[in-house]
Design a protein around this ligand. Sequence first.
Ligand SMILES: Cc1ncc(COP(=O)(O)O)c(C=O)c1O
Length: 399
Amino acid sequence: MALFSTRRLATSPIAQRCAEDSVTKLRLKYAPYYHTFDRQEGTRVWKDGRQYLMLSSNDYLGLGNHPRVVAAGEEALRKWGSGTTGARLANGSRAYHRELEETLADFLGKEACHVHAAGYLSCMSAVATFVERGDLVLVDKNVHSSLWSGIKISGAHAERFLHNDPESLREVLALEDPARAKLLLFEGVYSMEGHVARLPELLEVASEHSLFTVMDDAHGLGVLGREGRGTASSFGCADEVDIISGSFSKALSSTGGFVAGSRTLIDYLRTHSKQTIFSAAIAPAPAACALEALRVLREEPEHLERLWKNTRRYQAILRNLGLDTWESQTPAVPIVLGTKEKAYSFWKQLLQQGVFTVMSVAPGVPPGKDLVRTAVSARHTDEDLDRIGEALTVAARKA
Ligand SMILES: Cc1ncc(COP(=O)(O)O)c(C=O)c1O
C-alpha cells in the first residue's frame, strides 16, 4: 500500500504543488510562525528553556488563568464530559449553550444569540446565512478572512470600500442598483490596525440605503464600552447593528464564537446556516469558561480599567520612540515597518530581547504596511511595560 501511495504522490500535480510551494519553503527557512511554548504563566511563556514576555496575545483582559474561569471549565468538564459529539440541531444542544446564549445576548443588547465551536465559523455564518447569489455585499477592504470566506460561499457579489471610510462606501453605493438586496460588512475593532469602526457614520449610510448591517466585533467585545459590552454599545447603537458576530478567543480567553441579533434573525440562522447545522456544538469546558469570563467582566471592572491604563502607557512608549502605530486606538497595536525585511528584523530583535510578538506581512496586510503585531494585556505589570520599552528601544535602533 505504501508503495502505491508513494508512486501516486510523486505523480500527483497537487502533491507536487505542495512540495514545491515557495511560501512554505520561506516560512520553514525563517521560522517566524508556529512557535510552540512548553509552559505559560500569565504574560510569561517558555520556549526551549527560555522565558519570553508575551506581547501579542489576544488575552486582552488576562482572564485565561483567572481562578473563577478555570474552576468553571473544570466543573463543566466533570458535569458534561469532554464534548457534545453532535450538532445543535441534532443531539448536541445542552442547557449550558442556552445559558451562555441568553447571557451574551443580554450583555450585547440583543434579543437572541447562537454560539459555535469557533469564532471563524460564527463570523463566516454571520455573512453566508443572510446573503445569496444576486445580492451585494459592501465590505470594508480590511476585514478578517472569516468574513471573506462567508462572502465567497454565499455566492453573493462583493464590492469593497476603502478601509473605515463611509464616504468611499457612499461612492460605491452611488453606482449600484437601489433595488438590489445589500449587506454592509465591517468590523467593530480591526485587530491588525487597532482601528475602531466609524460606526455612527456607517450606520447613517446604511439607513439611507436600507443596508442590512453585519459587524464582526471579535476584538471589541470585552474591550470597548461599559463593562466591555463592545463597539456598538460604546456608541450607544447596539439596536441599529442587525447582526453582531465575534469570538470567545480574545478578551474572553476561551474558544468558540457567536452570532447575535433579533430573535427572528437568529431563528433564520438556525434554519439556514450550514456552519450551524453541520458542525458539532461548542464543547462544555470552553463554553463554561466564556460564560464565567462574561460574569467576571461584569463583576470585576478592574481588569478593563487596567487594560486601558496599560494601553495608554504602551502607546505613549511607542510614540516616544517615533514608531508608526497606524493610529491604533485600542490595545491591539501594530508597529508598521513598511517592508517584509524590516518587519522580520524588528520582530527578530524583539525575540532576542525576550519579547514575543507576531510578524504580519503582505498579502496578510496591505502592501507597504508590513508590521509587527502587538497587543497589550491587563496582566502586564508596570515592570513588564518597562522591559517592553527597553526591548523596543533596542529593536528600533538595530532593526
Ligand atoms: C476579526 C476576527 N474575526 C474572527 C476571528 C476568528 O475567531 P477564532 O480565532 O475564535 O476562530 C478572528 C480571529 O482571528 C478575528 O480576528
